[in-house]
Design a protein around this ligand. Structure first.
Ligand code: 5GP
Length: 211
């Protein structure tokens, strides 16, 4: 069945392991494409422009908003983050499932604009584990860690807005679970409109022929 790819939003607390999960999913299956966001946050050590993010200035970001170049954007901990439109549209048309790794405000905007998008929330097995992972990463100051934990508390209030929740404990199992969810979701009638239309038209053709 030839089908347009789905738009999948993957959110989760900072430190939930979304990045690792997405990398593993992309490596194992070639039907996914990861959208690279634009941000005004400064690159962390080792991050490259055009790989983790398109790093930009506030001014350029605001220009892109005005030009309708983003399908959504949000302010998160004082910085802008947004999803460039062109890549998402191209990849979906090519049949790829496009992954947006974005936070909850963006996720809700996506669901509003694209009701057949799939919203998945990734969480570590416990809050204790989340704190441990954030501290272990060693890339953020104690202040930023505290800010991100406070943000996680707020975000936990919004989890019910998502379609599914996956617990990232064992990475391989989590990858499989996520892939199965996407596969099953693609069979929902709302995401198979083309097929439904074709079958209906063919059936109508039969009915005419029988007259
Ligand atoms: P970080 O600074 O840790 O890379 O990202 C901070 C938060 O911004 C994460 O929750 C991440 O998912 C989210 N984020 C990254 N890109 C986008 C985007 O394009 N739009 C929105 N709304 N959030 C994003």
């Amino acid at each position: 069945m030839k089908q347009k790819g789905i738009l999948m939003v993957l959110s989760g607390f900072s430190g939930a392991g979304k990045g690792t999960l997405i990398k593993a999913l992309l490596k194992k299956y070639n039907e996914y494409a990861l959208s690279i966001s634009m941000t005004t946050r400064a690159p962390r050590e080792g991050e490259r422009d055009g790989v983790e993010y398109f790093f930009t200035t506030r001014e350029k970001f605001e220009e892109t908003i005005v030009d309708n170049g983003l399908i959504e954007y949000a302010l998160y901990c004082g910085n802008y983050y947004g999803t460039p439109r062109a890549y998402v549209e191209e990849q979906m048309a090519a049949g790829k499932n496009v992954i947006l790794e974005i936070e909850i405000q963006g996720a809700l905007k996506i669901k509003e604009k694209f009701p057949d998008s799939l919203l998945v929330f990734v969480t570590p097995p416990s809050a204790e584990e989340l704190k441990r992972r954030l501290e272990g990463r060693g890339t953020e100051s104690a202040d930023v860690i505290a800010q991100r934990l406070a943000r996680a508390t707020e975000e936990s209030e919004g989890i019910e807005a998502y379609d599914y929740i996956v617990v990232n404990d064992n990475l391989d199992e989590c990858v499989e679970e996520l892939h199965r969810l996407v596969d099953a979701s693609r069979r929902a009638p709302v995401r198979c409109q083309e097929l439904i239309k074709e079958i209906r038209e063919e059936l109508k053709g039969f009915a005419k022929g029988a007259k």
